[in-house]
Write a protein that binds this ligand. Structure first.
Ligand SMILES: [Zn+2]
Ligand SMILES: [Zn+2]
Length: 138
């Protein structure tokens, strides 16, 4: 068990992991805000992130975090201000755009395929080992 001070109110609390970064009271308040945001976006599908932040009194940072976590999804055409972490394209939710997600799934599949056991067992080359030791001794 790890005791941390709450980033919201400064009180000490038992830190349970990255999904609960604040004390129970602040987490409950945050969850309440999340519901308000979610409802607001549902009723105002064209609203952009700063408008949502303004009208719900939730910080843009927190809304962006929820968008990254894919808890909030903005409507097509609204300027969320969230960029794909890979190519920088404007996206509506999550961390990557659809094109990058597609590419990544493909390269993951390729990686999985190349990991399939090769019929030839790889033998350790004693000369390679000697070289490694030599480099390590430097
Ligand atoms: Zn707190
Ligand atoms: Zn992308």
């Amino acid at each position: 068990m790890e005791v941390r001070s709450c980033p919201g109110c400064g009180k000490l609390f038992n830190y349970l992991g990255p999904t609960t970064p604040a004390c129970p009271a602040c987490m409950a308040a945050r969850e309440e805000k999340f519901q308000v945001c979610k409802e607001y976006i549902r009723q105002n599908p064209g609203a952009n992130i700063s408008k949502v932040a303004e009208d719900t009194e939730v910080s843009v940072k927190l809304i962006k975090q929820w968008v990254r976590e894919e808890r909030l999804t903005f409507a097509e055409g609204s300027s969320v201000g969230i960029e794909c972490e890979r190519c920088g394209a404007n996206i509506l939710t999550g961390r990557f755009c659809n094109a990058c997600k597609g590419n990544m799934t493909q390269s993951l599949n390729n990686a999985a395929n190349s990991l399939k056991p090769t019929p030839e067992p790889v033998k350790a080359d004693p000369r390679e080992n000697a070289k490694m030791r030599f480099l390590g001794d430097k």
